[in-house]
Design a protein around this ligand. Sequence first.
Ligand SMILES: [Zn+2]
Ligand SMILES: [Zn+2]
Length: 409
Amino acid sequence: MSDTSSFDFNESGKNGKHTSKYQNAEPDDKNKNWLEGVFRRYYFYHYSQIELGELINEHEFGFRLFDGKIRRHLAFNDKKELYAYIIKFSPSDIFYSSSRYQNPKAEIDQKGWIGSDLIFDIDGKDLHLECAQSHNLVLCRDCSFISKGIIPKCAGCNSTRLQIIDMPCSRCIKSLTGEVKKLTEILKDDFGIVSESIFIYFSGNNGYHIHVVDKNFYGISAQKRSAFAQYLMGKGYLIENLGIRKNTDGVLTPMHNKVQYNQGWRRRIFDSMHLPIQNHRIDDKFVKKYVRMLDAKNNNTNDIISTNIFDLSAKIDPNVTMDIHRIFRLAGSINSKSGLIKAFCKDLDSFNPFVDACFVGGDSNVKIDSKLNIKISLKGKQFSLKPGANTIPEYVAAYVVCKGIGDIQ
Ligand SMILES: [Zn+2]
Ligand SMILES: [Zn+2]
């Protein structure tokens, strides 16, 4: 059994393989060497931020090094061995299997799968936010020109080989946390998962990871995890699931043969239409109200279902949830797309990624060459960069260099 998506280190798995910026770098590449040092210093002083469970020796680890090389199928006997490896190699990214294995070092079909936490990935680019269209950047792979806003062609050379650089704003973060809340509510209401079993992490760049640690779901198959994801996304929802069907004359009628409990998707959909189900039953009176509402909105049931489900469902990446052999970003490690860390959110509402996940790089000033005019907010302070030389704290420089929008001098 081999799933190619397991080898894709990109969390969403949709934008192709995330490759290192430094893959073809010269050995004296200043950005690479500087970042490698800054990352190593973070791991040396903050190794306790790395979150590991009890049975670390039963998990697979994977590393992306700054030269672009990927090492996976690694295992460590204990935390000290892992820390020594991290400090020695100073990887750009660290991944860890949510699964436990008998032989984590073996090839996937030989590993001896024991079980896995349920994991969910919510990625900013799947939300297609309006603000992201204006504040994200586009890097041209041909001439390296960086444009502001999402454009179809490079403004410098007309090339269409463009790469989006996410520059999430506070509105993006608010939309993402809204998705996290929808997901956790469904997990609690429809699956009886308790809050204490749900662990929410900022991904380190433009998303959130949700880990469910619950023994009732630990051993479920990839197929069942896929069904779980489809359910959370509201896929395949039919009018009959609402407790209403069309009779042979095309008239909507209640399904009398069963009690319609006011729960799950049915409750969410009817509540969002302001049609609460009385006495947990769907009867003729209820269907009449429903039909009146359809007429008033000049809508049909399929539109109603799809619009409501779109608004109410959690925008998760189903490939992540179903892939039991995926190696997932390790909590407390640095995301090289931003220089921020994957951080646990104790309180989602008060968590500010631009403050609470900013640990890489010190306060001392360094010089960078910015490729554009840009405002960056980190640790509660605003920094306005102008094209060319800028003197900024090291932690801001780490963000700028990771984003590829400036070079260390
Ligand atoms: Zn170009
Ligand atoms: Zn935004």
